[in-house]
Design a protein around this ligand. Structure first.
Ligand code: F6R
Length: 644
């Protein structure tokens, strides 16, 4: 979605806004713009295209002395990076949008913009763009101009005008607002779109997401639903939408600023693939606890610690319902296999955008789990709210502390992937899986569905996963690592131009297949599909020909023979076959029938997605690079989908 930034303080706003927008560009990159308040006027620069174009334009102005001479001055400003919803990407549809004295940046969708536009036009407003956002600018400007008409007006005129406008805006919004005659404040508001205020000394910041603030401050307020913030140089005041003051403590962010940098990697996606061993270890670490003497054994054991999440409460739950979107839905599907396998409880893994509209049948004793990296995905939030409204306790699995989902859920399992900047999700997925396996094993043990010896075996296997993930990425030693990466690159160089790539697998390998196919779609723009391998012969096999690449994920040893038949069926139609399988047993089972085998270190079959997805991520990355695509910023996509 779009990214919003704001700065008020004693420094020049433009470089600070540009730095923040760079960190937010993953949210949208079809245009960028800024507005600064200086000498009683708004100075707006906006451009279609990536942020770098805006930067170039500002640099040219600085060198040539355009726009009043030299660099754009001003220490109060707002900025925006756009993912178009209403109105094609163009200069005039770029934010900020201005009306009278007001400039506005917006993330979200104003659903009743047509009706408001008519109302405003009847009062003389002249619209310049095709966006929904512009109505917010005109509406705020209207109430700012006719402030005496606003009932129960707030003492801060700009904040009051925003509050009055909010009462009429339907839809979702995070807003940053400045006025040309109020250089001493920025007003921000949120409804269903994330917004964070960063607190400094004599300066305050605004951003859609934490990484944009990390180099400036760690103290933040996550704005709550319907809240308004007024940022002044020396303080921040929070209000309800009705103007009542809100008092609460700020939160301290513990993410490392370096985590939001590329750190020598050519792309965030490659860096994030390589960070997986660490992210998995960080997510696993707090989830494991050594208990010196337990019911598991007299000498002491590793036990699973899910913090404040009272999993035992759902010991007798008749069902688990999991809702999520995209990659997180693939984690939900893997979770279905995990909870059913370990805890022997029926599970529904639902696409959140479907769940929310199908009037689901819900038993309040069910456990509802929402999985979301950002914790801000509109459909996932709506699904969780629906489940809650029907009496469910909601368990969130999220990577983002302070996110809307984390705040609204009853219980939270935090993944510790650190900031994920690349649009295509990698480390968030594997850490979601790690959280799922911890919860499923714990519940399985609590329900008596897992014998202590099995519990122990799986916990031991989880403890080895970070090191095995490192081996998938880097190999056994330095040269082994280069070999492994080179092999993936070779496959990518050989196959990146394929127009059809199918992924298949059985059981949890099907979840891995879906996720691997999504990676290829997202960053290579290749038509890739995933199938449950047994489904191939029920239709999709008609698509196979010598132009097709089939990637099979084969980690379920008891099904090797079945999967081998599917690989043969594809080979018989002339398709090239790449098989991702276990070192040793898997290699032996598939090497004679596959075009190539990519072996991964062995672990328990049920835990395989933690490792088997990594080759697919790397393959997609190198295919994208071979195609000349920017893997971090795929076309048409945005990282955090905060609109429907
Ligand atoms: C794919 C991807 C998306 C997200 C989806 C849900 O690489 O990133 O499919 O997984 O938009 O996002 P979250 O997890 O933030 O709810």
């Amino acid at each position: 979605m779009c990214g919003i930034a704001g700065y008020i303080g004693y420094k020049q706003a433009v470089p600070i806004l540009l730095e923040a927008l760079k960190k937010l560009e993953y949210r949208g990159y079809d245009s960028a713009g800024i507005a600064v308040v200086h000498n009683g006027a708004l100075h707006v620069r906006k451009t279609q295209g990536r942020l770098s174009l805006l930067e170039k334009r500002l640099e040219t102005e600085r060198l040539e002395g355009e726009g009043g001479g030299g660099a754009l001055q001003g220490s109060t400003g707002i900025g925006h990076t756009r993912w178009a919803t209403h109105g094609a990407p163009s200069d005039r549809n770029s934010h900020p949008h201005c009306a009278g004295k007001i400039a506005v940046v917006h993330n979200g969708i104003i659903e009743n913009y047509r009706e408001l536009k008519g109302w405003l036009e009847a009062r003389g407003a002249a619209f310049q763009s095709d966006t929904d956002t512009e109505v917010a600018a005109h509406l705020i400007n209207y109430y700012y101009d006719y402030y005496e008409e606003v009932p129960a007006a707030h003492p801060d005129r700009l904040a009051g005008a925003v509050m009055a406008a909010m009462k009429r805006l339907n839809g979702s919004y995070a807003l940053g607002v400045v006025a040309e005659d109020a250089p001493d404040r920025i007003v921000a508001a949120r409804k269903d779109s994330p917004l964070i205020v960063g607190l400094g000394e004599g300066e305050q910041f605004l951003a859609s997401d934490v990484p944009a603030l990390l180099s400036r401050t760690r103290e933040v307020y996550f704005l709550e639903e319907g809240e308004v913030a007024a940022l002044y140089h020396n303080r921040v005041a929070l209000f309800t939408g009705d103007g009542e003051p809100v008092t609460r403590r700020s939160c301290r962010i513990d993410w490392d600023a370096a985590a939001a940098e590329k750190d020598g990697y050519p792309h965030f996606m490659l860096k994030e693939i390589h960070e997986q061993p660490r992210a998995l270890a960080d997510t696993l670490g707090p989830g494991l606890r050594f208990v010196p003497d337990t019911s598991l054994s007299a000498i002491g054991e590793w036990d699973i610690d899910v913090g404040d999440v009272p999993l035992e409460r759902w010991k007798d739950a008749p069902r688990i319902v999991i809702a999520a979107c995209g990659t997180a839905w693939h984690a939900a599907l893997a979770a279905k296999y995990a909870f059913e396998g370990f805890a022997r409880v029926p599970v529904e893994a639902d696409i959140a955008s479907e769940y929310r509209y199908r009037d689901p049948i819900f038993d309040p004793r069910d456990l509802f789990i929402a999985i979301s990296q950002s914790g801000e995905t509109a459909d996932t939030l709506a699904a969780a709210r629906l489940a809650k409204a029907r009496g469910a306790s909601v368990l969130a699995i999220t990577n983002t502390r302070g996110s809307t989902l984390a705040r609204e859920a009853d219980f939270v399992l935090h993944t510790r992937a650190g900031p994920e900047i690349a649009v295509a999700s990698t480390k968030a997925f594997t850490t979601q899986l790690m959280a799922v396996y911890l919860a499923a094993l714990k519940l399985g043990y609590a329900r008596g569905a897992l014998q202590p010896s099995d519990f122990r075996r799986y916990v031991a296997a989880l403890r080895d996963i970070p090191e095995k993930a490192r081996r998938v990425i880097r190999g056994n030693g330095e040269s082994g690592g280069a070999d492994r990466i080179n092999r993936i690159k070779q496959y990518a160089d050989r196959y990146f131009n394929k127009t059809k790539v199918f992924f298949m697998g059985r059981q949890c390998d099907y979840a891995t297949a879906l996720e691997s196919a999504l990676k290829l779609k997202e960053i290579c723009y290749t038509h890739s599909e995933a199938f449950a391998a047994g489904e191939l012969k029920h239709g999709p096999i008609a698509l196979l020909d010598a132009e097709t690449l089939v990637v099979t994920i084969a980690t379920q040893r008891r099904l090797f023979d079945k999967v081998a038949s599917n690989v043969q069926e594809a080979a018989a139609r002339g398709a090239a076959n790449l098989v991702i399988t276990w070192e040793g047993a898997g290699e032996r089972a598939f090497e004679k029938i596959a075009t190539a085998v990519f072996p991964i270190p062995q672990t328990e079959d049920r835990l395989s997605p933690l490792l088997s997805v990594i080759p697919g991520q790397m393959f997609a990355y190198y295919c994208a690079v071979a195609r000349g695509n920017d893997p971090d910023k795929p076309r048409n996509l945005a990282k955090s989908v905060t609109v429907e």
